[in-house]
Design a binder for this molecule. Structure first.
Ligand code: ADP
Ligand code: MG
Length: 303
């Protein structure tokens, strides 16, 4: 199980403005009731408006300090043995969400629990221990350039000290699963194969160590429909046969709706909708409807 509890994450923008003047800070403090970077409130504006006002105040507060709010007080649970899809337009923070889950980024505040253990601030050695139960398919494959395809897929097993013959068998089986049974491919370098093939190799590598949790960042983008279906089916198979917990970032609506148990729609630093795909489809949110219908006009704007 993966749980986010009130996770806030911001990044420094490239052209950070100078620190606000004392006067600006003073005005901001009185107008927005913000005390200091801890984002505490002097008094509550009332439950109904609380979140909305707090969110816009936090955003303004951070922007003045040259920081961009990516996740604002986000909470959710990814259940065990499920497929959860994270959707949202480019730049909303989907990759960031996965990187936080993997302990590759630290949130500004909040807790991230992996099977009940809070990984925020965990020392690297212990984090590595947690990561051993995870497999990653990064957005652009992120294979080791100097290792062959076969060595890439076998890398995690090698690290675990598995015997060579066993590794070879698993590597072959996983490459076959992703439609790359050819021995020629196994001995190639990542630079010698196509982008789509690199994605499939990344998938084979993630599955090789039989992790309990799998994080996939756009595993099917750039693949042809047939190969996308093969990858989707592998995710489903992994859940059904190995009982894995899967988080898939995807833009591909038909596959999101087909394979996921739960959908989380990220928009403007918060979760706009969350639930089983059928429920989310019926959501009254204009943002969700615009996304599902792929319309250019609506609340989602291109920055
Ligand atoms: N290292 C970074 N420094 C500054 N901004 C970043 C960094 N990484 C991501 N961002 C910003 O965070 C936002 C979310 O990025 P990302 O998680 O990659 O979005 P998505 O995967 O949904 O397209 C984007 O606006 C991006 O510009
Ligand atoms: Mg991304």
């Amino acid at each position: 199980m993966i749980e986010f509890r009130n996770v806030t994450y911001s990044v420094q923008t490239a052209n950070a403005p100078a620190e606000p003047s004392a006067q600006e800070t003073k005005n901001e403090d009185t107008q927005e009731d913000v005390i200091k970077p801890g984002m505490l409130w002097k008094r509550s504006p009332g439950p109904r408006l609380h979140h909305k006002i707090a969110a816009s105040a936090r955003r303004r507060f951070l922007r003045k300090r040259g920081r961009n709010l990516i996740l604002d007080d986000v909470s959710f649970v990814i259940p065990e043995r499920s497929i959860s899809c994270i959707m949202g337009v480019s730049g909303t923070g989907k990759t960031t969400l996965l990187r936080l889950m993997a302990g590759l980024l630290q949130p500004d505040s909040g807790e991230i629990l992996i099977d009940g253990q809070n990984i925020v601030g965990l020392p690297e050695r212990e984090m590595n221990e947690v990561r051993r139960s995870m497999g990653f398919v990064f957005q652009y494959g992120a294979l080791f350039d100097s290792l062959t395809v076969g060595e890439n897929v076998g890398f995690g097993l090698e690290q675990m000290g598995r015997p060579k013959s066993e590794i070879a068998d698993i590597v072959n089986a996983r490459l076959k699963d992703v439609g790359l049974p050819d021995e020629g491919v196994r001995n190639k370098l990542p630079s010698e194969i196509s982008g789509g093939m690199r994605k499939r190799v990344a998938m084979a590598r993630a599955l090789a160590t039989s992790p309990k949790i799998l994080l996939y960042d756009e595993p099917t983008s750039g693949l042809d429909p047939v190969m996308a279906r093969v990858i989707d089916d592998l995710v489903v198979k992994s859940r059904d046969q190995s009982g894995t917990t899967n988080v898939v970032v995807s833009h591909h609506l038909p596959s999101i709706l087909r394979i996921s148990d739960r959908v989380l729609m990220l928009h403007d630093a918060h979760l706009e909708a969350e639930g089983p795909p059928d429920e989310v489809k019926k959501s009254g949110s204009e943002v969700v409807r615009q996304f599902l219908e792929g319309r250019a006009d609506g609340p989602i704007t291109v920055a």
